[in-house]
Design a protein around this ligand. Sequence first.
Ligand SMILES: NC(=O)c1ccc[n+]([C@@H]2O[C@H](COP(=O)([O-])OP(=O)(O)OC[C@H]3O[C@@H](n4cnc5c(N)ncnc54)[C@H](OP(=O)(O)O)[C@@H]3O)[C@@H](O)[C@H]2O)c1
Length: 216
Amino acid sequence: MTTKLAAEAKSYSEAVAAIDGSLQTMDLDYLDLMIIHSPRPWKAFHESDPYFEGNSEAWRALEEAYQAGKLRSIGLSNFEKADIDNILASSSVKPMVNQILAHISNTPTELIQYSEEKGMLVEAYSPVAHGELMKNQDVIHLAEKYGVSVPQLGIRYCLELGMLPLPKTANPAHMKNNADVDFSISEEDMAILKNMEQIQDYGEASRFPVYSGKQK
Ligand SMILES: NC(=O)c1ccc[n+]([C@@H]2O[C@H](COP(=O)([O-])OP(=O)(O)OC[C@H]3O[C@@H](n4cnc5c(N)ncnc54)[C@H](OP(=O)(O)O)[C@@H]3O)[C@@H](O)[C@H]2O)c1
């Protein structure tokens, strides 16, 4: 069971309250993984203030909950290199996960490598590009070549890159399909998929900060 520490909780006391609140809401003694949802509160997602101090405070609360056995593992989400460095500079427990937007046509290679170098498992959220991948003719053709669905190709692509894909579906048949990814993609096709023109339009989800361009 994974849950997220709200992007807005950027003080030690807010983070402690949010962690304990999640445990109470779910009526659990511990959670498997808790991640800071974003280095910046959503309203400031594209702003330049890095919230370094707030993230260090939130991390301290996560570390203490980890050491107390309330959280089995702790990590980050949507953290770029500078945000990761800030956590590493003052942490006693290193982050175990970085959950980031990564899918065919949008592969932040440097961030993936950096997160891995720092000992994190990279979780790829939206591996089907929030459904948009299924509209891309080039991806459809490659999926046909492998005799798989577009979501299967998208999920396998993330696995080939050493990431843990997190597909979402409300349909049990799709869930079964998404788990059936025991095939491999050739190096040539991986290169094509990596270098494909980036999907920019996430449909109605484009209004969410994570789908509307990266902060600089
Ligand atoms: N950390 C963050 O900031 C962050 C941000 C966004 C999302 N996430 C996480 O990432 C996970 C996935 O997110 P997502 O919804 O954006 O992305 P997604 O998995 O890329 O796309 C989901 C869409 O793909 C469809 N789909 C999935 N498998 C399918 C299949 N086999 N055949 C046909 N359609 C299929 C789903 O429709 P059906 O339901 O009809 O199958 C749904 O419309 C979520 O659990 C979410 O918590 C994290």
